[in-house]
Design a protein around this ligand. Structure first.
Ligand code: TYD
Length: 209
């Protein structure tokens, strides 16, 4: 059986840097395509030409915390208007590497942005709209840091943060998940990739197929 054609779904992946989202996003997109779903894979910050330019600034340019939060939401506004909403309205599914839960976790949890600021931006940019399903990859910051270091890539502004920062980001994701358990599922990301893949497949298939 396949999901209703004509009904777009919005699935987001979240977690601290080094949680191993990329492999699993690729696996889920492949699975959905095998089942005949028309999927648009995207990411934040980014996903549009303008959003990718904002991403460059966000990842590398030092800036005030509120500037950072507003630029995340500016990129998101464009992403929603130019890509996410048109795809969903056309009945396509959208799988995004991060969305607003990341701003809650990193800017509010990690950096200490006032929650009221986050809520104001979220209510402005996507009132009443949330992903249909969010998968939060949860693992200890020290495991994640070792994975980031193992890539050998130069770390960006976020990846250079201290362990305590990622502990706060992790906790903020878990708080958000506790407050919205129907939408947000927490995945133990320190399991073998094949196990994680099977768990995600089970969640998605149970929900929609
Ligand atoms: P990500 O795409 O996961 O980085 P990578 O390509 O290195 O895997 O995310 C980029 C960074 O942006 C990540 O450190 C988290 C951060 N971020 C925020 O701080 N707030 C946000 O709202 C978003 C979307 C991302």
């Amino acid at each position: 059986m396949s999901a209703d054609s004509g009904t777009g779904r919005f699935i987001t992946f979240e977690g601290i840097d080094g949680a191993g989202k990329s492999t699993q996003i690729a696996a889920l997109v492949a699975l959905l395509r095998e089942r005949g779903v028309d999927v648009d894979q995207t990411r934040e910050p980014g996903g549009t030409a303008l959003g990718e330019r904002l991403r460059e600034l966000l990842l590398h340019e030092p800036m005030h915390l509120e500037t950072e939060a507003m630029l995340m939401f500016a990129a998101r506004r464009e992403h929603l208007a130019a890509r996410i909403m048109p795809a969903l309205e056309a009945g396509r599914w959208v799988v995004s590497d991060r969305f607003s839960d990341a701003t809650y976790a990193y800017q509010v949890g990690g950096r200490g942005l006032a929650e009221s600021r986050f809520e104001a931006l979220e209510a402005w940019v996507h009132p009443g709209f949330q992903p249909d399903l969010t998968l939060v990859f949860d693992l200890p910051p020290e495991v994640a840091a070792a994975r980031v270091a193992a890539t050998g890539n130069a770390p960006d502004r976020f990846e250079r943060e201290q362990r305590a920062f990622f502990a706060r980001v992790r906790e903020a994701y878990l708080v958000r998940a506790r407050n919205d358990p129907g939408r947000i599922r927490v995945i133990a990301a320190d399991q073998p990739p094949a196990t994680i893949r099977a768990q995600i497949e089970a969640i998605v298939v149970e929900r929609w197929f």
